[in-house]
Design a protein around this ligand. Structure first.
Ligand code: ADP
Ligand code: MG
Ligand code: ZN
Length: 501
C-alpha cells in the first residue's frame, strides 16, 4: 500500500482580509493601497502616547454582512483584545484584535464542484482586527511604512475540514468570490489584501486524532497555497512513515525553491498575553442591523451559479467560470440585456454569450491583465454576437473582430471600427460589409439545386451511401456563392436536398 493510501492530510486555513472601507479601523486615516510610504498616518495609527482608538462603524456593517454570507452566528456583544508582541511595524507593541468573544461564530463555506456542493468547510470564527505596518528591508538598513497600520481586517478561521491542496484552493476561491460579491474585499492576493496561512498535519486514514501541525506563512497566490500544502503534506508523510516526528513549527513558503523552511519555533497562544482592550467598549450589535444587512444581502456566488443553470440552461462548468469573477458575470448579464441589437438581429442566446465570454473574451482579458469592464464594452460584445445569432456573420468572424474591440487601444487602421472617444466601438455595418455572409435560404437553395443538377453522377454515388462526399457538395455550393454563404445554412439545406430523391 502506498503512503498516500495510508496517510491523509488535515488542513485548516486562516485567512486575513482587508476590508474595503474608506478609513482605518480606529482612526480617520485613508484606507488605500499604494500611497507613498507613511502618508496615511496620524497619531493614533502611529501609536503616539496617550491617543485613544475610536471604532469605525463602517467596519461593523461589512463584518456582519460577511458573517451572514458565511452562515455564522453574529454575537450581539463582542470584545476587543490586545495581542501583545514586538515587531518594528507594530509601534503600539500590541495588535487590537478579538480573542475570547469574536463577532462571528461558527458558519461554513460550501465548495462547488460541477454545480453541486461537493464539500462543506466549517468555520471556527470570523473576528475583526487591525493590520500592522510593513517593514521594508533595504541594503543599507530596514525601513518601516505605517500606511497599513490600523487597516481593518477580518480573520476567517476555518475548521481543519480540508483534505487536499485542491480543496484548499477551491475553499479560498469560493471565500474570495463571496467577499468580492458582498463588496467586503477586493480579494487581491498579490496586493496582500487577501492573505492566507495554512495549517497542515497528516494522520493515518481512519484515525480520529489529528497529528502535529505546522503553520505555513507567506502564501501570496492561489498557486503557492496549493503547492505549499502539497509539498508540506509530502514532507510530513515521509517523516511520519519513516518513524520520525513532525515538529510543531511555523514555516515559510519559498516560492523560488518551491519548499517550506522553518521560520521560528512557535510557542502557544498565551505567549501573546491577550487581555481585553481597556480603551474600547464592547462592540454591541443591534438586532435591527442584522435584519437590515440580511435584507440587503446581494446575490451570492452559489445562488448566481444555480440561477445561471436554471434560468439560462448553462452547464455547471459554464456557470462556475462565469460566476468565478463578479465583473465577468455582470458583463455576461449586460450582454444579454444591454442596448438594442444592431441590424435588427436577434439578441445573442445565453449559451452563445456564455461560451464566447469564457473562451474568447476571457483570453483577451487575461492578456490585457485588466478587469473585464476596462477591456470590453458589453454593448459591443452584444452587437457582435447578435450578428452571429442572426447568421449575418460566422462565429469565426466574430472571433476575428473581438481583439479589435478591446477598449483604450487605437482604432486607427481598423476599417470596421468607428473611432470614438474612449476607444474602439463596434460598428455592425462595417463588420457585416467585411465579414458578412449570405444566410438567405432561398439563394442558398437555388445554388444547391444548380450544383445537384450539374453533378448527377456524384449525386447518385452519394445517395448510394458514400456519405463522405458531403463536403465535396458543400465546397461547390460555397464556390457558387462566392465564398460568402453561411456554412451552417448550406449544411442544413444541402442535407435535405441530397436526402430527397
Ligand atoms: P492558533 O491560535 O495557534 O492559530 P488555532 O487553534 O486557532 O491555533 O487554529 C488555527 C488553525 O489551525 C485553524 O484554522 C485550525 O483549523 C487549524 N488546525 C488546528 N489543528 C490542526 C491540525 N492538527 N491540523 C491541521 N490544521 C489544524
Ligand atoms: Mg494561527
Ligand atoms: Zn491614523
Amino acid at each position: 500500500m502506498s503512503t498516500d493510501e495510508t496517510y491523509e492530510p488535515v488542513i485548516g486555513l486562516e485567512v486575513h482580509v482587508h476590508l474595503l472601507t474608506r478609513s482605518k479601523l480606529f482612526c480617520g486615516c485613508a484606507n488605500s493601497f499604494g500611497a507613498e510610504p507613511n502618508n496615511n498616518l496620524c497619531p493614533i495609527c502611529a501609536a503616539m502616547p496617550g491617543v485613544l482608538p475610536v471604532f469605525n462603524r463602517e467596519v461593523l456593517e461589512i463584518a456582519v454582512r460577511t458573517g451572514l454570507a458565511a452562515h455564522c452566528e453574529i454575537a450581539l456583544r463582542s470584545v476587543f483584545a490586545r495581542k501583545s508582541y514586538f515587531y518594528p511595524d507594530l509601534p503600539k507593541g500590541y495588535q487590537i484584535s478579538q480573542y475570547e468573544a469574536p463577532l462571528c461564530v461558527g458558519g461554513y463555506i460550501d465548495l462547488p464542484i460541477n454545480g453541486k456542493t461537493a464539500k462543506r468547510v466549517r468555520l471556527v470564527r470570523i473576528h475583526i482586527e487591525e493590520d500592522a505596518g510593513k517593514n521594508i528591508h533595504a541594503a543599507d538598513g530596514s525601513l518601516v511604512d505605517l500606511n497599513r497600520s490600523g487597516v481593518p481586517l477580518l480573520e476567517v478561521v476555518g475548521e481543519p475540514d480540508i483534505r487536499s491542496a485542491e480543496e484548499a484552493g477551491a475553499y479560498l476561491r469560493e471565500l474570495r468570490d463571496i467577499l468580492c460579491y458582498i463588496g467586503a474585499s477586493d480579494g487581491k492576493m498579490e496586493e496582500g489584501s487577501f492573505r492566507c496561512d495554512a495549517n497542515v498535519s497528516v494522520r493515518r486514514r481512519g484515525e480520529e486524532h489529528f497529528g502535529v501541525r505546522t503553520e505555513i506563512k507567506n502564501l501570496n497566490s492561489f498557486r503557492n497555497v496549493e503547492k505549499a500544502i502539497a509539498y508540506e503534506t509530502r514532507r510530513q508523510i515521509e517523516k511520519t512513515s519513516s518513524g520520525q516526528r513532525v515538529l510543531q513549527e511555523t514555516l515559510l513558503w519559498d516560492p523560488d525553491k518551491e519548499a517550506t523552511r522553518p521560520m521560528r519555533s512557535k510557542e502557544f497562544a498565551n505567549d501573546y498575553r491577550y487581555f481585553p482592550e481597556p480603551d474600547l467598549p464592547p462592540l454591541i450589535v443591534e438586532p435591527e442591523l442584522i435584519e437590515r444587512v440580511k435584507r440587503a444581502m446581494p446575490e451570492l456566488p452559489a445562488e448566481r451559479r444555480a440561477r445561471y443553470i436554471d434560468q439560462f440552461a448553462l452547464s455547471p462548468y459554464e456557470a462556475e467560470v462565469l460566476t468565478s469573477d463578479k465583473e465577468l458575470s455582470e458583463c455576461f448579464e449586460s450582454v444579454l440585456k444591454s442596448g438594442a441589437p444592431d441590424l435588427s438581429s436577434p439578441p445573442p442566446s445565453a449559451k452563445l454569450a456564455a461560451n464566447f465570454l469564457i473562451t474568447e473574451a476571457l483570453r483577451q482579458v487575461r492578456a490585457a491583465n485588466r478587469p473585464i469592464n476596462d477591456v470590453f464594452n458589453a454593448t459591443d460584445i452584444r452587437g457582435l454576437l447578435s450578428l452571429v445569432e442572426g447568421k449575418k456573420i460566422s462565429l469565426n468572424a466574430a472571433k476575428t473582430v473581438l481583439p479589435e474591440l478591446v477598449l483604450g487601444q487605437s482604432s486607427r487602421g481598423n476599417p470596421h471600427l468607428a473611432q470614438q472617444p474612449g476607444g474602439a466601438r463596434f460598428d455592425a455595418e462595417q463588420v457585416v460589409r467585411r465579414f458578412g455572409q449570405v444566410s438567405d435560404e432561398a439563394a442558398i437553395a437555388a445554388a444547391c439545386d444548380r450544383v445537384i443538377s450539374a453533378e448527377p453522377a456524384k449525386v447518385a454515388e452519394y445517395r448510394a451511401g458514400r456519405n463522405q462526399m458531403f463536403g465535396f457538395f458543400v465546397g461547390l455550393v460555397m464556390k457558387a456563392m462566392g465564398g460568402k454563404a453561411n456554412p451552417q445554412v448550406i449544411n442544413e439545406v444541402l442535407r435535405k436536398k441530397l436526402a430527397a430523391d
